[in-house]
Design a protein around this ligand. Structure first.
Ligand SMILES: Cc1cc2nc3c(=O)[nH]c(=O)nc-3n(C[C@H](O)[C@H](O)[C@H](O)COP(=O)(O)OP(=O)(O)OC[C@H]3O[C@@H](n4cnc5c(N)ncnc54)[C@H](O)[C@@H]3O)c2cc1C
Length: 443
């Protein structure tokens, strides 16, 4: 049995803790905040009288590591998955574009879905199919230096299919502008979503507050196996004392361990390490930049979505709208709760909450004609460093699980997982760290 201290109680730290506690290791998680969950958390909001997530999170059926974690925690029913992939987009004026994939084996379900897509001409739909040639290996795959924009041009994608299909998908998956972000990162997701089983491409939406999905149950799981989760316990630094690793907390307390997992974002990691950070690995980490996400939570007098769980807005600075009442199967008289998500929100992250509320009001009128919808209450949540930026050519700066410092392992959605910084990447990174620790213990 090894003593493991994990710094950070976000998804990566919790996934690592659950895996190691399940394998009989003595685990202590130290988390800076009082509630944990990191960038995937919920919190009580008194004006809404309920818990709100820090942002609407979407999953896909191909999130295998995440689904395995949820099954271990017994919370898999907290995510509602579509039967088959379906995406609905609205254009200004209200016209809709609908992709519905039938119950055929992958990738024929997507081929058929694209060919029968409503609201787009056949030329545009056929151009989307050409991109499938990359997945089937018949055309050169993009490398990390090729931008999504360049890749879409190389694949001959029409403006209409870019606006209605590819670009909304790229903003959502990579949280950044298709003009700068890496086509290889996008391809990594397309491959997992569309080249496995039909279920892999289904979208899943959490129907319970995020912290109930992960944090509460993970804490119970680890504690039941003799481990500890300490909230409100920020780490100041990590150091070595002979063969022992030491985590110094900001309170002055020192925790000794055989190995340490740093499951914190890049900037927090560099702060923990100060003087050793001149190794090339840590110099590269310094180069990683971030991209914001802005979420608006609103109570409305009625839902504009007409019974849909989510709708994308083609050509709007606001990307996706989610009707939480439909997602949560709320009783008919419950106040209508709408989420509006803006990915890669560099253009509006500094706008005031009042300006963002007005923007939403104007866009609702532009995309959903008819009697005006009234926003009765609105809360804006800005996550300025929501994810690392996946600009082309930056994957090489992401570190491996085993750091150059003996006994220090790295986890977090931003380490090398082959995936963009997502829930799945975070959980996979935690599992990778646990596997590396168990493997190294037997050497
Ligand atoms: C608004 C928003 C929407 C998103 N939507 C999606 C989505 O739809 N689908 C998707 O797949 N992904 C989405 N993501 C990304 C996803 O949330 C992240 O990839 C994931 O939560 C990252 O988890 P992590 O454990 O790697 O990092 P974090 O969640 O950042 O966890 C790190 C933890 O370390 C703690 N910490 C930091 N410093 C210290 C210290 N010195 N001592 C102790 N603790 C410390 C922090 O408090 C934090 O709890 C979204 C992210 C945001 C912000």
């Amino acid at each position: 049995m090894r003593r493991v201290v994990i710094i950070g109680g976000g998804l990566a730290g919790l996934a690592c803790a659950v895996r190691l506690a399940g394998a009989g290791q003595r685990v202590t998680v130290v988390e800076a905040t009082k509630r944990g969950g990191g960038r995937s958390r919920s919190f009580p909001d008194s004006s809404f009288g309920r818990e709100l997530d820090n942002g609407q999170h979407l999953m896909m059926g191909c999130y295998r590591e995440t689904l395995a974690l949820l099954r271990t925690l017994g919370t898999q029913d907290g995510v509602r998955f579509q039967q088959n992939l379906a995406i609905e987009m609205a254009r200004p004026g209200g016209r809709r574009i609908r992709l519905r994939c039938p119950a055929l084996p992958a990738p024929m379900h997507l081929v058929s879905g694209l060919l029968t897509m409503r609201g787009l001409g056949v030329v545009h739909r056929a151009s989307a199919l050409r991109a499938g040639l990359v997945l089937s290996g018949e055309v050169r795959r993009p490398d990390d230096n090729e931008t999504c924009d360049a890749w879409l041009t190389r694949m001959g994608q029409t403006t209409a299919i870019r606006n209605a299909f590819w670009e909304p998908l790229i903003w959502a998956v990579l949280n950044d502008d298709p003009l700068i972000c890496s086509a290889a990162m996008f391809m990594a997701v397309l491959e997992r979503a569309f080249m496995g089983t039909r279920d892999d491409s289904r979208l899943g939406v959490p129907c319970v507050p995020l912290s109930q999905l992960y944090v509460d149950q993970a804490a119970d799981y680890v504690r039941a196996r003799g481990g500890a989760l300490r909230f409100g316990a920020p780490a100041r630094s990590v150091a070595r004392a002979g063969a022992t690793q030491r985590v110094l907390l900001k309170s002055g307390e020192a925790l000794d361990a055989d190995v340490i997992v740093a499951a914190v974002p890049p900037r927090a990691l560099l702060e923990l390490l100060d003087d050793v950070a001149d190794s090339p690995v840590f110099q590269d980490i310094k180069k990683l930049k971030t991209a914001p996400i802005v979420n608006l939570w609103c109570e409305l007098d009625r839902s504009p979505l007409g019974g849909a769980e989510m709708i994308g807005l083609v050509g709007s600075p606001l990307h996706w709208l989610f009707d939480r009442n439909v997602i949560e199967r709320a009783p008919p008289r419950a106040p209508v709760l709408l989420n509006c998500t803006i990915s890669g929100a560099r253009g509006c992250v500094d706008d005031s909450p009042a300006a963002l509320r007005q923007l939403l009001q104007d866009e609702l009128a532009r995309y959903f004609p008819g009697p005006p919808v009234t926003i009765q209450r609105c809360r804006v949540i800005k996550e300025k460093r929501a994810t690392i930026s996946h600009a082309a050519g930056t994957y090489q700066w992401r570190p491996e699980t085993r750091s150059p410092i003996k006994g220090l392992y790295l986890a977090g959605d931003w380490v090398r997982t082959g995936l963009p910084a997502t829930i799945e990447s975070a959980v996979q990174s935690g599992h990778q760290a646990a596997a590396a620790i168990l493997e190294d213990a037997t050497r």
